[in-house]
Design a protein around this ligand. Structure first.
Ligand SMILES: *Cc1c(COP(=O)(O)O)cnc(C)c1O
Length: 396
């Protein structure tokens, strides 16, 4: 096979072999419907309970507070829509941020069309929510605060505990989209006053199409899918048993390997950041320097188009992701990069590289050498860069 260096682990991850192995019997000999009476199938009910316990343990939660969903997007939709519906008699105001995933932002817009008011908080230049602005946004009719645990583009980790404290003091529900952070950063729902938390299997070496929503006992919540009695009657549908087993296995693996895995990723991430920042001029690191996900690096290269960079990297077998959204049919750069104050033209030249535990120092050297070469080549073709260099010479 051609060389392939996969640095897009924020988009999705490879399903770990032990996860696939654990799932396989549930497609074949253990295919029974957990709701069936005969023991051959009903045994799968206990298997599901076991996975709920594994996940709950990873969060400091209880097994009956874990609800399986079809992934992060569904969990986010459920948390916002159901809380809005269940608490609408108390108020119609929701607070979130400008840097959330679209699963939150677009759900917020949907709720705005249905009589709710949503405040989208600004963030600072590192992508951190400002706590004084959060406090100032709270109104008597605020029913929910939803702030992501860590950002999927720039990797910034939020002061989740402080946000949870503020929510709790004001008697407001706190939801966090932890899809990127869960499995990379230790977390405890009680310590951080989290009432609801979204996570997804495929972002932590589990399968796609499975995730969960943690809902604290006592939180009023509406059913998301109506039908059978699955998930305590809150989310009907025959359970995705292989997916649930895959998710549970991925979570226990993530917990078991977290310390060693993230230490290695942090070392290589910082090596990558140092090399790029030192060796490629007119480059900016996006996101917080320390409070960032162990595997995330995000750069803006001036005078460069992110899309062109991605194509050239692809030709060298390197998979990354760009901060511009041209691929999704929009010419606007990422809402996250704009929210941290990047001008359009700089946001357009952005590159996100997200590591995994298989990446080596040699890979990082190859990637950095390739980047240097590609950035120089693209700049040499850029009229903007030419003008900039001429102006610089004149100024000297
Ligand atoms: C990937 C992602 C989601 C969506 O999860 P899916 O399982 O793909 O639906 C939501 N939020 C964040 C922060 C993500 O990174």
């Amino acid at each position: 096979m051609e060389k392939l260096i996969y640095l897009d682990n924020a988009a999705t991850t490879k399903t770990a072999p032990e996860v696939v192995e654990a799932m396989l019997p549930y497609f074949t000999e253990k295919f029974g419907n957990p709701s069936s009476v005969y023991s051959f199938a009903s045994g799968n009910k206990d298997v599901i309970t076991k996975q709920r316990e594994i996940i709950a343990d990873a969060l400091g939660a209880k097994a009956n507070e874990i609800y399986f969903t079809a992934g992060g997007s569904e969990s986010d939709n459920w948390a916002l829509k159901a809380a809005a519906d269940a608490y609408k008699d108390k108020g119609n105001h929701i607070i979130t941020t400008k840097i959330e995933h679209h699963a939150i932002l677009h759900t917020g817009e949907y709720l705005e069309r249905h009589g709710f008011e949503v405040t989208y908080l600004d963030v600072d230049e590192n992508g951190v929510v400002k706590l004084d602005e959060l406090k100032a946004a709270i109104r008597p009719e605020t029913i929910l605060i939803s702030v992501m645990f860590a950002n999927n583009e720039i990797g910034t980790i939020q002061p989740v505990k402080e946000i949870g404290e503020i929510a709790r003091e004001h008697g407001i529900l706190f939801h966090t989209d932890a899809v990127q952070a869960f499995g990379q950063v230790p977390m405890d729902v009680d310590e951080c006053y989290i009432d609801m938390l979204s996570a997804s299997g495929h972002k932590l070496n589990g399968p796609k199409g499975i995730g969960f929503l943690y809902i604290r006992k006592g939180v009023k919540i509406r059913s998301f899918v109506h039908g059978g009695a699955q998930e305590r009657k809150r989310r009907a549908g025959t359970e995705n048993v292989p997916g649930i087993v895959g998710l549970g296995t991925a979570v226990s693996r993530a917990v078991r390997t977290m310390e060693e895995r993230t230490a290695k990723e942090i070392e290589l991430r910082d090596y990558l950041i140092d090399r790029v920042m030192n060796e490629i001029p007119y480059t900016k690191l996006n996101g917080h320097k320390e409070k960032r996900l162990p595997n995330n690096a995000n750069f803006s290269f001036r005078f460069i188009e992110g899309e062109a960079l991605l194509i050239k990297l692809d030709m060298k077998g390197i998979c990354g992701s760009s901060g511009s959204a041209c691929t999704s049919g929009s010419l606007d750069p990422s809402h996250v990069l704009l929210a941290i104050g990047l001008p359009h033209e700089i946001a357009h030249g952005s590159l996100r590289l997200t590591l995994n535990e298989e990446i080596t120092k040699e890979d990082i050297d190859y990637v950095t050498d390739s980047l240097k070469e590609i950035v120089a080549e693209l700049r040499s073709m850029s009229p903007l860069y030419e003008d900039f260099k001429k102006a610089e010479e004149r100024a000297q």
